[in-house]
Design a protein around this ligand. Structure first.
Ligand code: NAP
Ligand code: HSE
Length: 440
């Protein structure tokens, strides 16, 4: 068997410790499949003395992680620190500049700096891999780049954040409070260091922008993702959705639209109402699922654990095995985004005004005469047709009432206009919440 692939591991938190456990537990089968052993030579984190539940004595320790790629005993660096900039980005740059391969699970860094890093990696002919950055343990990047590479995709969409899915499905099953369920997701190692990235939709938007780049051969455009998180969803919304035949899921969706002969990119992360009979309605806990609609493959569904130490480590180590095989074969490093960065297209953001669909709109209003008439008048004036409307009596001692409606199919712009017309109304005690209904 050939010489080991020598690995520097930066970050020994949830995922980093998972990678060490996996490489140790499955060493023999990994060596067989990779054609050579994977050997961690050096590790780094902030606190050398922290108890991580793993034995670090076999590995050298590096205080300054940024220079790990320059070490003579390292072939590949694995970055599991996190953060779009700071030490993670400095490490990525120095590693590639030193002519070493890089594996990362860092979707924030790839969403913000992926093109620069990929360009550097292409120029240096070194591998840059980030399977674990999207949908944890699901090999969806490999799936789109390789298994479904021959297809044109009409839509790529799915559940891309395990923390949000865990929160929504647990609230649905138990009726428990948002904050308590978030704390549980954090304790299980699903959440980002700052969980606002999860619950405000940013993490899912990072992942969507990476998937869209791969699916559509587009330059990553994270800033163009229209992003709404789950923090405004009430337990009452989940109950209303249930009574109407839906669950609520945070969905990331990308597609292209042809407008006056120009191809534009639509990217949105938003909580949706998902009909009970849609496959995504049954995706619970920290599970992720990605649907890719290929013109020859038909609907492909990739599903599995989207967060946590084991599943994420599985994706990281799969990238390392690929690198070990490629280096073993003396192969080309390849283009990180499937096509070279210079050939990725800069697509304009699609205009969402004309999009058609059905929506759920929820108002929390003062319990007094005329309020419902005010809301329905705004719907009428904006041209929104209401399919069903539920008004729940006093839901707390403040005399607030919840009014939820589902619209008929119509332009999203009309719903936005109705909500805008009600802005500042003294009848509303909270800002309205709009969630689109996922179309089959
Ligand atoms: P984590 O548990 O917070 O671990 C981060 C590690 O990086 C820790 O070992 C920490 O050191 C080290 N670190 C942080 N800042 C540092 C600095 N300035 N200098 C040196 N070391 C530093 O994070 P994680 O959950 O493992 O996530 C790591 C990466 O994987 C992130 O990019 C995350 O988005 C991504 N990811 C996570 C999951 C998941 O399920 N957790 C799934 C997919 C992708 P100390 O331990 O000494 O503090
Ligand atoms: N915080 C992320 C999530 C980790 O909950 O999905 C996996 O990327």
């Amino acid at each position: 068997m050939s010489e080991p692939l020598r690995i520097a591991l930066a970050g020994l938190g949830t995922v980093g410790a998972g990678v060490i456990r996996l490489i140790e537990a499955n060493a023999a089968l990994i060596a067989r499949r990779a054609g050579r052993p994977l050997q961690v030579t050096v590790v780094s984190a902030r606190d050398r003395n922290k108890d991580r539940g793993i034995d670090l004595s076999p590995y050298a320790w590096e205080d300054d992680m940024v220079i790990m790629g320059e070490r003579a005993d390292v072939d590949v660096v694995v970055e599991l620190v996190g953060g779009s900039d700071g030490p993670a980005l400095a490490l990525a740059r120095t590693t590639i500049e030193a002519g070493k391969g890089l594996v990362t699970a860092n979707k924030a860094m790839i969403a913000h700096h992926g093109l620069e890093l990929a360009q550097k990696a292409e120029a240096a002919a070194v591998p840059l891999k980030f399977e674990a950055a999207v949908a944890g343990g699901i090999p969806v990047i490999k799936g789109l780049r390789e298994g479904a590479a021959a297809n044109e995709f009409s839509r790529v969409y799915g559940i891309l954040n395990g923390t949000c899915n865990y929160i929504l499905s647990t609230m649905e099953d138990t009726g428990r409070d948002f904050a308590a369920v978030l704390a549980e997701a954090q304790a299980k190692g699903y959440a980002e260091a700052d969980p606002a990235f999860d619950i405000e939709g940013t993490d899912a938007a990072h992942k969507l922008s990476i998937l869209a780049a791969i699916a559509y051969g587009a330059k990553i455009d994270f800033a163009a993702v229209d992003t709404t998180g789950i923090s405004k969803i009430l337990a009452a919304d989940i109950a209303q959705a249930d009574s109407l035949g839906y669950v609520i899921r945070l969905i990331g969706m990308a597609s292209t639209e042809n407008s006056n002969g120009t191809e534009r990119l639509f990217q949105r992360v938003q909580p949706h109402l998902v009909p009970f009979d849609h496959p995504l309605a049954h995706v619970d806990g920290a599970t992720n699922a990605v649907v890719a609609e290929g013109n020859f493959s038909g609907r492909l569904l990739f599903q599995g654990a989207g967060a946590g130490d084991g599943p994420t480590a599985s994706a990281v180590v799969a990238d390392l095995i690929d690198i070990a095989r490629e280096m073993e074969r003396g192969g080309e490093a390849g283009a990180p985004f499937s096509v070279p960065v210079a050939e990725l297209v800069a697509m304009d953001r699609a205009d969402t005004g004309h999009r058609m669909g059905r929506s759920y709109i929820r108002f929390v209003v003062a319990d007094r005469p005329g309020v419902l008439a005010e809301i329905t008048a705004a719907m009428r004036d904006a041209g929104v047709s209401i399919e069903s409307l539920i008004q729940k009596g006093r839901h707390d001692e403040d005399g607030e009432v919840l009014v939820a409606m589902v619209t008929h199919e119509g332009p999203e712009s009309a719903v936005a206009e109705a909500v805008r017309m009600l802005e500042g109304s003294a009848s509303l005690t909270r800002a309205p919440l709009v969630m689109h209904i996922l179309a089959d």
